[in-house]
Design a protein around this ligand. Sequence first.
Ligand code: C5P
Length: 300
Amino acid sequence: MLCHLGDETLTIHAPAKLNLFLEVLGRRADGFHELETLMVSVGLYDTLRLRHTTSEHIELTNSGIGTSGAGQMSEIPEGRTNLVVRAAELLREATGTSAGARVSLHKRIPAAAGMAGGSSDAAAALLGFNQLWRLGLAHAELHELAARLGSDVPFFLSSSSAAICRGRGERIEPVHWPTRLYFVVVRPATGLSTAEVFQNCRPQEERRSVEALATMLAKGDLGQAGQQLHNRLLEPALRLNEDVNRLRRTFAKLPVLGHMMSGSGTSYFGICAHRKHARTVAARLHATRIGSVFTVESRP
Ligand code: C5P
């Protein structure tokens, strides 16, 4: 999360994530699923700008992809349904402040794509309002609020750009690698609902562990790491969405080190050896008109 305070405006760049590994360990009594997942934050950012106002309201304006009038999709929640506003309200409840703010949110991370754009925005809002309103909440308190907002939100509060996340996703174990990772990512025209994908997932007796992948990444052996990518949510996503099927077939024919769906989909990524390799693969994907194509890198 990159923060910058200037002229009364706090600017925060909220990154996207990719899941290199996601195993569903079982269904819990609270309806959520127990997970083991390896998440990497990548250099594709939404931008939040927070400003003080004299009113007690949180005024949110959205721009960028997925917002009304901005092309193919109109999927970014507006007003109180947006996690940014919910984060502000949760902080007001927790601290008793009645401060208001004007928030502009510029979206670049595709929605309903398994890249946690909304969760990252929520984490950015928690960090940003804590600073703008001088609330002084400690990391542990923000972490608790983050987990209430969503399973992926706590990951973005951590200063680490990669982590193995367990529980619902809120138990974070930071990991570090010697090498930067290069990805090509495609978000097809359609999205998937996280809740629906989890509902259609059948946890398996035979579970995979993240250890093999973590070891390969620690060694910087990307060729082997590419073969260890795993996502238990892929199978239900393939049943629910034809675009994910097309992406999988397309990536299988491309010269990438490995490929997988991120989170609950629908975005699908390939690991590349270096930046130029990612750009070459992206150009081939562009030509197929299979969706919006991005090249992204893991963050240092
Ligand atoms: O936590 P979040 O709001 O992002 O989750 C969205 C939905 O995804 C949940 O309502 C739940 O249906 C499903 N989910 C789950 N197990 C998880 C995370 C999410 O079943 N660990």
